[in-house]
Write a new protein. Sequence first.
Length: 335
Amino acid sequence: MSATHEEITLAPQEEIPVVDLRELIDANLYMPFPFQRNPHASEAAAGVEEWLSTWGLTDDPAVAAMISYTRPAELAAYNSPTMDAGLLQIMANQIAYQFIFDDRAEDVGRHTPGRLLPMLCESIAILRDGQPPTTPLGAALTDLHRQVRERCTPAQAARWAWNSREYVHGLLYEAVAQTHPVPVGSGLCRSIRSLIAGVEPFYPLCEAAQPCELAPEEIHHPVMRRLSRLSADAAVWIPDLFSAVKEQRAGGVINLALAYQRTHRCSLPVAVTLATRHINSTIREFEELYGELRPDLTPSGVGYVEGMAGWIRGCYFWSRTVPRYADTMVAPVVP
């Protein structure tokens, strides 16, 4: 959870016109990182389709449809515009896998969190102990882990696996929150959201794209760790703004904008505005800390932080146009 704090002052609702949410977000969100796109995006999209088919993950027409309107390779291309084609493919495959895994976990755990345990335990056994998979999802994760180990250094692959395990554990927290009779507040929502964001597992791939592996004192520097937290939070909170209507319709709980709406008992446009204000302070803190640390970083360290910034930028530009959210952006806003 970001430690960024702010004094919340609710503007009168009549001062915030009920407009297309995309316009409201664009008008208020601070985005200092310009749009970029990796030239290998189309190649990565074809690779994702082939990889998912190989492991049977798109045999279900509903999953295939979800991937088509989620566009994982496009998100990878926006996040990592300078990555080589091979590393971009791994990132795109991983994004696709996490979308499928996350949706499956949400469906399974929505009413009974305990039903998630076999699914989550299989993933942990693969990531931590190298155990063989027992399901198609597990087989895909095993192959993804292989791809990471082949491309990354042992230390980078270990960080990838550790971050991925934290993400898996976080899905159980989300399931508990979804079934709890009392909705969680904005602070607890941010804590759970940081666990299930699924962004930090990609940072070792950002490191692998650099000329050299980062030294322990650089990658574990307190400011570097803080930058990692800030960038992951901002990157996942931005899609929360665009997905708020979708999540509201589905009864979702772990969403930054909806958490503000519950806490302040306000309309969704006001909640989105308040959430955007929080995201802006997070992005500005990221900029400030990066500016202070940058003179002390190696070229690889600079590239690594630029990779973190890329996720903030990429998630914004992807969220604005991805069909996953487009059908709700112009929908009537439910107070």
